[in-house]
Structure formats: structure tokens, C-alpha cells
Design a protein around this ligand. Structure first.
Ligand SMILES: C[S@@+](CC[C@H](N)C(=O)[O-])C[C@H]1O[C@@H](n2cnc3c(N)ncnc32)[C@H](O)[C@@H]1O
Length: 238
């Protein structure tokens, strides 16, 4: 430890940029134009919420909420949403969007998987999309354990992220195909280089590792789906 309130020196630095700098205001302002596809993103979010079946009295926490698009969809179905992100710049964009849309039941909070201290009670559900790959696997385990602690008994965890499920000798073929799919889906040349950079520098892992981490953190993995571009996990705290 450096000082009494500081993080230990061995703590993973969640604010360090691993590829895209989400703490940068310009990146935050441009995020939706690059990543939100009005023709499918909203429908995908409604499908996820349908599967989670949130109850009107639920408190849901979205970690790595980014510009808050999913948090806003969840807020229409839950009593309260805690939208947590390490980047103040992303949270500011999200808060303006929610205010402009008249959504008032979201609390925006700055914090990371490893550092966020939840002041409210245990929540009914935690969601996190496209975020866990920011942590190396050892820290993913610690993050998942912290999520389990913030959930009520039998609480729901929904994760969606870039997780690969292939035999290691096929990696070149799988990565080429994945980069092509991302570029085609978003129709922008810069997304191909972002996808390549993701594979080269970020911490996407194998499905068998992710499922092991979830089980060790105390979750029952009710559904793990690798059939689409992003892997999905519906889990329940045991
Ligand atoms: C690719 S964006 C995804 C945003 C949103 N979940 C979505 O699906 O559009 C990744 C987000 O995770 C946040 N983030 C990165 N590392 C984090 C961490 N350790 N804890 C919490 N948020 C983190 C970034 O600031 C950024 O807003």
C-alpha cells in the first residue's frame, strides 16, 4: 500500500487504457455512432430483457454501462437501475441521454469491477456487456466474486462479451472470420482494425475458462451460448 486509503500496489489498474480510451471525451461522444445500430441494438436489448424476465420491483445493476443504452432499456422494466462505469466521460454521455429521454430511475456511479463499493442493498440482477474482457482472467475471477457478493440469493447475472470457443489450432481461421463479421456488421473500415486490436491486445478468453470462473464465483450457469458473434451467459447465484 502507498497510503492508508490508496489501492494496493498490486491492484490491477482499471483506468489504464488497454485499447480504446473510454475515458476520453471524444471517444465517449462518438461511441453510439460507431457501436449502436438502431436497426438491431434496441431489439437485441429487449430480447435479453425478455429472457431475464425482470420484475417491476427489481433493482438491476449494469456494470460498464458505457453510454447507458441498455441501462435505459432496463429502467423501463425495473424499479431502479444502478449504471456503473469506470469512465466519467461515458457516464456523462449516458446521464444526458437519460435526462433527455425523461428516464429518472437510473443512478449513474463511477467505479470499476474491482473497486466499486455498492452503497445500496443487494440487487436482483447484474448485467455486463462487452466489459469483462478488459480484465485478465485472474482479475475476472475476482470481479465475478465481487458481483456475486452484490447479488441477492438466487440473483441473476447476465454477461455478454467476446469469448471464443474453438480448438486452439484453428485460431487463425476463427479470428479472420470474426474480424470480417464485425467489419460487415458495422459497415465501417475502422471496425475491422478495432476488432483486430481487440484480439491482439484485450483479454477475451475461452468459453471453458469463463464457465469455470463463473462456477467458482458461485454461479449456476443456466445457459451459455456461443452461436453468435458475442457469447452470452445467463447465470444464477447459488
Ligand atoms: C465496449 S464499452 C461497452 C459499453 C456498454 N456496456 C455497451 O454494451 O455498449 C466498455 C465499457 O466498459 C467500461 N469499463 C472498462 N473497464 C471497466 C471496469 N474495469 N469496470 C467497469 N467499467 C469498465 C468502459 O469505460 C466502457 O464504458
Amino acid at each position: 500500500m502507498t497510503e492508508s486509503n490508496a489501492r494496493p500496489n498490486w491492484q490491477w489498474d482499471e483506468t489504464a487504457k488497454i485499447s480504446t480510451d473510454y475515458c476520453d471525451e471524444t471517444q465517449a461522444q462518438n461511441y453510439d455512432a460507431l457501436h449502436v445500430r438502431p436497426d438491431r441494438t434496441h431489439a437485441e436489448y429487449e430480447e435479453i430483457l425478455d429472457s431475464m424476465n425482470p420484475q417491476p420491483d427489481w433493482c438491476l445493476m449494469d456494470i460498464g454501462c458505457g453510454t447507458g443504452t441498455f441501462a435505459m432499456a432496463a429502467a423501463r422494466r425495473c424499479e431502479h437501475v444502478y449504471a456503473v462505469d469506470i469512465s466519467q466521460a461515458m457516464l456523462e454521455v449516458a446521464a444526458v441521454k437519460a435526462r433527455d429521454a425523461g428516464v429518472s430511475n437510473i443512478t449513474f456511479l463511477q467505479g470499476g469491477f474491482l473497486t466499486y463499493e455498492h452503497g445500496g442493498g443487494a440487487v436482483d440482477a447484474i448485467t455486463s456487456q462487452l466489459v469483462l474482457h478488459h480484465l485478465p482472467d485472474m482479475w475476472k475471477q475476482i470481479a465475478l466474486g465481487r458481483m456475486a457478493e452484490m447479488l441477492k440469493p438466487a440473483g441473476v447475472l447476465y454477461l455478454r462479451d467476446v469469448v471464443f470457443q474453438f480448438e486452439h489450432d484453428r485460431h487463425a481461421e476463427v479470428f479472420d472470420k470474426w474480424v470480417d463479421e464485425v467489419a460487415e456488421l458495422f459497415g465501417q473500415a475502422c471496425m475491422a482494425s478495432q476488432a483486430e486490436s481487440h484480439i491482439r491486445r484485450e483479454f477475451s478468453t475461452f468459453g471453458w475458462i469463463m464457465e469455470g470462473l463463473l462456477k467458482r464465483a458461485g454461479f449456476d450457469v443456466e445457459q451459455a451460448d456461443y452461436s453468435r458473434r458475442l457469447a452470452e451467459y445467463f447465470c444464477r447465484k447459488i
